[in-house]
Design a protein around this ligand. Structure first.
Ligand code: GDP
Ligand code: MN
Length: 383
C-alpha cells in the first residue's frame, strides 16, 4: 500500500526526520489559509500516487498566498498525467508546505533487496527529478549499502556511503542521524520502500526531506490499523479501494471476464484457463476460505462495479468453504443486482450437490471442470 506524500511525511515526523511544515487542502480557501499561516512563501503539491508530479505540473512554488490558492483551486479536480502514469490521476488534495530554498538535491532510499535478502540504503548526490535517468546512464552515482540485520546500521557505514556518493560534506553531520531515523521509520512501519527525492540541502545549511514516498507491506497492514483505514485513499483504482474496505483480495486486470474463486492458486489456474481461450480476465478475486453467503454476495457486487465485465466465471472448490453457502450468495447477488450478463459456475467438493440444486434455480450455466467453465464463459461472452 502506498502512502500519499503528506501521510508519508507525517510518518517521518514521528521519527524526528526533518520535514518542511505544511498541511493538506481540498480547496482553494483551505490552501490560502495554510499558505497565509506559513507566511505566503509556499510550495503547492498535488497529492496523487504517482511519480514525476513536478514535470507534470503538479508541483509549483509561490511567493504569496493568493497565487498559491489560485493554483491550488485550479489543480484540485484536474487530472494529472505524467510519463510514469499516462492514464493520469485526478487530484483531490494538495499539500501546501513551507517553501525551502534548495541548494542541492540528494537522493535517499531504503528498500528491501529481495535478491540480497537485505534492507538496502541507496544514496546519490544526483537527486531530483531525473534520478531514473541517472540510474540508467550512470548507475555508479547511486551508492548502495546493504544492512546486516545482525548488527543493524552503523554510523561509519553511513558516513562511508555518503563519502562514496560524493554528498556535500556540509550535509554529513545531519544525514547520519537522518538515515538512522529513516531506517527506524522504514522498519517500524513495515515498509518495503521509503524514498526521499529530493533530500534537500537548503541554502542555510539544513537537510530536509522535501518529498517522501512510502510503500507499506500489505501483509503487515494488520499491525497498522491506522494505515489500513486509509486504504481507500491510497488505492490507485477505485474498485481496488472498495475491495480493501471490504477486506476482499481483489486485483483489477484489463479483460472482460470477471472471476471469483476460492484460494489464490485456484483463482490463478482459472485465469490461465481463461487466457487459453484467447479471452482475458477482468480481475483476480479470492473469496478466501469458509466464505459465507453475504461475503460471496459482496464479491459479486464488487465484480460488477467494473463496467467492462461482460461475463462472470465462479470457480469454487469446497473444502472449508461450503458449496451451498457460495451458491446461496451467488443466486441472491445475481437477483438483487439484476445481472444480465452470462454467468458460469463450477462447484466441486463440500456440499457440491446442494450447491448445484440451488444454482439450478437461477439462470446460470453449470460446468464440471475449470477448462469447461473457461470455454463456456468465453463462448457466451463472444467476440
Ligand atoms: P515529484 O516530481 O513527484 O517527485 O515531486 P517532488 O516533491 O520531488 O517535487 C519536484 C521538484 O520540485 C523537486 O525536485 C524540487 O526541485 C522542487 N521543489 C519541491 N519542493 C520545493 C521547495 O520547497 N522549494 C523549491 N525551491 N523547490 C521545491
Ligand atoms: Mn520527488
Amino acid at each position: 500500500m502506498k502512502l500519499q506524500e503528506y501521510q508519508a511525511k507525517e510518518l517521518l515526523e514521528k521519527f524526528w526526520v526533518p520535514v518542511p511544515a505544511g498541511s493538506v487542502a481540498t480547496n482553494g480557501g483551505e490552501a490560502r489559509e495554510i499558505a497565509e499561516r506559513l507566511g505566503g512563501r509556499v510550495v503547492v503539491k498535488a497529492q496523487v500516487l504517482m511519480g514525476g508530479r513536478g514535470k507534470a505540473g503538479g508541483v509549483k512554488v509561490f511567493d504569496d498566498a493568493e497565487q498559491a490558492s489560485v493554483f491550488a483551486a485550479d489543480l484540485i479536480g484536474k487530472r494529472l498525467v505524467s510519463v510514469q502514469n499516462p492514464q493520469g490521476m485526478v487530484v483531490e488534495k494538495v499539500l501546501v508546505s513551507e517553501r525551502i530554498e534548495i541548494e542541492k538535491e540528494f537522493y535517499l532510499a531504503i528498500l528491501l533487496d529481495r535478491a540480497a535478502q537485505r534492507d538496502t540504503i541507496m544514496v546519490s548526490a544526483k537527486g531530483g527529478m531525473d534520478i531514473e535517468e541517472v540510474a540508467a546512464s550512470e548507475p555508479e552515482a547511486i551508492v548502495r549499502l546493504a544492512v546486516d540485520s545482525k548488527w543493524g546500521l552503523c554510523d561509519y557505514e553511513i558516513r562511508a556511503a555518503l563519502v562514496a556518493a560524493k554528498i556535500n560534506p556540509r550535509a554529513h553531520r545531519q544525514m547520519v542521524p537522518m538515515i538512522h531515523a529513516l531506517y527506524s521509520a522504514y522498519k517500524e512501519s513495515d515498509a518495503t520502500l521509503l524514498e526521499i527525492n529530493p533530500c534537500a540541502l537548503t541554502k542555510d545549511g539544513k537537510v530536509v526531506a522535501a518529498d517522501a514516498k512510502v510503500i507499506i507491506d500489505d501483509n503487515a497492514l494488520f499491525r497498522h490499523p491506522d494505515y489500513a483505514a486509509l486504504g481507500s485513499e491510497s488505492a490507485e483504482d477505485p474498485i481496488e479501494a472498495e475491495a480493501v474496505a471490504r477486506g476482499i483480495a481483489y486485483v483489477r486486470l484489463d479483460g472482460e471476464i470477471g472471476v471469483i474463486g476460492n484460494g489464490a492458486g485456484l483463482v490463478m489456474l482459472t485465469l490461465d484457463e481463461i487466457a487459453k481461450t484467447g479471452k482475458k480476465a477482468a480481475n483476480f478475486l479470492d473469496v478466501g476460505g469458509g466464505a459465507q453467503a453475504d461475503r460471496v454476495r459482496s464479491c459479486v457486487e464488487l465484480i460488477f462495479m467494473d463496467p467492462r465485465v461482460k461475463g462472470l466465471l465462479i470457480n469454487i472448490f469446497g473444502g472449508i468453504t461450503r458449496g451451498d453457502e457460495v451458491a446461496k450468495g451467488v443466486v441472491e447477488a445475481l437477483q438483487d443486482l439484476k445481472v444480465k450478463v452470462p454467468v458460469v459456475v463450477r462447484v466441486e467438493g463440500t456440499n457440491a450437490e446442494e450447491a448445484r440444486s440451488i444454482l439450478a434455480t437461477a439462470n446460470l450455466t453449470p460446468a464440471k471442470t475449470v477448462q469447461e467453465a473457461a470455454e463456456k464463459i468465453a463462448s457466451l461472452v463472444g467476440s
